[in-house]
Design a protein around this ligand. Structure first.
Ligand code: SF4
Length: 324
């Protein structure tokens, strides 16, 4: 039996690509990926709906490495889609080699996205994935060069499609025809396409080259303020965020809490040795219930020391200027 491994994000295009091959009697294995920027939940649901096997691969480490210097650059935010797709295909290809399979496939549609799904983008993905000629795009195959899988009749080319462009209409019609009634909307899913998250990530990359997954988790919560070249302050916006911040504290961090008033946890990652504590403390006062011109006590802690300093709230203009 012919066996194909396909990228299964769980979006409609990946579901359709898998379904087209399943309907040709091909054994399909879905592959979904996890990083701090996206998860495999939609892929898991799609695999269940399609009744296929799913492999979930955590590619956090190579993804972070690639993200710092993608060969084909970024999209309109910090999304390195060409390199990201290539990395996923490389990873799915290794699985295919290990477990036995004939080819790879994706739900990519020619011309659907400005960067990664142009003809040159699809070629680049193929080239740097290391699986040139072994990647089928069932939704756009008729507009692309015939692959060896088609020539060798592992796949029936007459039952593939020639979709191009940004319109979702052909895919929605095909979904109806193939009996796929439930699928997620096309929006969202990857934090790297989120402008706000991308700004924070840019700031992180430019100030801390050796950032870790913990630093990425912090980008998802609180307000972030750049208080100096070496340090930033992450301020919880509510009880849940304060608790999440506390759980992410490391031994080389410093954190702040306004004494005697409800207020945020302010975390300075890697700030254990920082000496100028006033600005961070005054920002925490500004976001606390003690926000006034009165001097209040702020507790600042490291793993082995607790101090108290007296400060007044900084002005709103200062926080506005420092916010990332
Ligand atoms: S949108 Fe995100 S997950 Fe998708 S290819 Fe681009 S970077 Fe990768």
């Amino acid at each position: 039996m012919v066996k194909a491994f396909g990228l299964l994000s769980g979006g409609l295009d990946s579901i359709l690509a898998a379904k087209i091959l399943i309907d040709q009697g091909i054994e399909v294995v879905g592959v979904s990926f996890k990083t701090p920027f996206f998860d495999s939940i939609k892929g898991e649901k799609a695999a269940e709906m399609l009744g296929i096997k799913l492999k979930v691969v955590d590619i956090t480490e190579p993804h972070i490495k690639m993200l710092k210097n993608p060969r084909y650059g970024y999209g309109s935010n910090l999304n390195p889609c060409i390199d990201c797709h290539a990395l996923m295909l490389r990873s799915a290809g290794k699985l295919m080699e290990k477990e036995g399979g004939d080819f790879l496939f994706t739900g990519e549609v020619l011309g659907q996205r400005p960067m990664s799904q142009t003809r040159s983008g699809l070629n680049a993905v193929e080239k740097i994935s290391g699986y040139k000629g072994k990647i089928l795009r069932p939704l756009s195959a008729l507009k692309l060069k015939e692959t060896w899988m088609e020539k060798e009749k592992l796949v029936d080319r007459t039952k593939l499609y020639g979709f191009t462009g940004r319109s979702r209409k052909p895919q929605i019609e095909l979904a109806k025809k193939l009996g796929i009634l439930e699928y997620p909307g096309s929006a969202g899913g990857c934090l790297l396409t989120d402008p706000r998250f991308s700004e924070r990530l840019k700031d992180l990359i430019s100030h801390r080259k050796d950032f870790k997954p913990r630093d990425l988790e912090l980008l998802k919560i609180g307000r972030h303020l750049r208080i100096s070249d070496n340090f930033k302050l992450v301020v919880g916006r509510n009880k849940i965020e304060n608790e999440k911040i506390m759980l992410l504290i490391q031994n080389d961090d410093r954190w702040f809490k306004v004494e005697n008033y409800p207020g945020p946890i302010g975390l300075v990652p890697y700030g254990k040795e920082m000496t100028d504590l006033y600005l961070a403390a005054s920002i925490c006062v500004r976001y606390s219930d003690a926000n006034s011109n009165k001097e209040v006590s702020v507790i600042t802690e490291t793993i082995d020391k607790e101090e108290r300093i007296k400060v007044v709230a900084c002005s709103p203009k200062i926080t506005e200027d420092l916010i990332i």
